[in-house]
Design a protein around this ligand. Structure first.
Ligand code: SAM
Length: 164
């Protein structure tokens, strides 16, 4: 069996998360996903500064615990959900969160801080699931095969309908 690619934890600094989400035009009340959310840095900026409803998925139990503690200490539990799971698990793509409507198909913005190998596996899943107008906002790595919609140094935004 071919092993799926992975990437170790490295947080996005809050100021970069802010710039990335702003470039992706994340709006109040929109749904933000972070695939491989680590301690939840991007989600916390999305919830506190953009008023988004945020869902993260992370495979490392310790990071999930820390992200949930951070979310709770900031009083964001009604706005941010952290799922302990694997982004390559087909079950996740059909996941219905406790607050309803939290399937990837409902995302307005999907944040990624992964790598090219992981993008390669995720790309067809995102192409299939995302709805017209949804944005994929990636830190450091662009997505091969998609046309960049907006960019700044190290920040790449793609939009379904324009980029793929
Ligand atoms: C570079 S870190 C980015 C963390 C966070 N998104 C941020 O920007 O602050 C990538 C994260 O993806 C997680 N990860 C890697 N492979 C994963 C998988 N298959 N499913 C879920 N999480 C994964 C890692 O454990 C790590 O926390």
């Amino acid at each position: 069996m071919t092993e799926l690619p992975s990437v170790p934890y490295h947080p996005t600094p809050p100021e970069k998360a802010r710039e990335l989400l702003s470039l992706a035009e994340l709006g109040e009340g929109e749904v933000l996903f972070d695939l491989g959310c680590g301690r939840g840095n991007i989600l916390i900026v999305g919830a506190e500064e953009f008023g988004a409803r945020c869902i993260g998925i992370e495979k490392e139990a310790e990071l999930v615990k820390q992200a949930r503690e951070e979310v709770e200490s900031r009083g964001l539990t009604s706005q941010v959900e952290i799922i302990h799971g694997d982004i390559f698990d087909p079950g996740f793509w059909a996941h219905r969160g406790s607050k309803g409507r939290t399937v990837v198909r409902n995302a307005d913005v999907v944040a990624l801080y992964l790598n090219f190998d992981m993008h390669e596996v995720l790309r067809p899943m995102l192409e299939k699931e995302l709805r017209e107008g949804a944005r994929v906002a990636s830190y450091e790595f662009f997505v091969r095969g998609w046309r960049v919609y907006k960019e700044r140094p190290m920040l790449f935004v793609f939009r379904k309908g324009d980029s793929f």
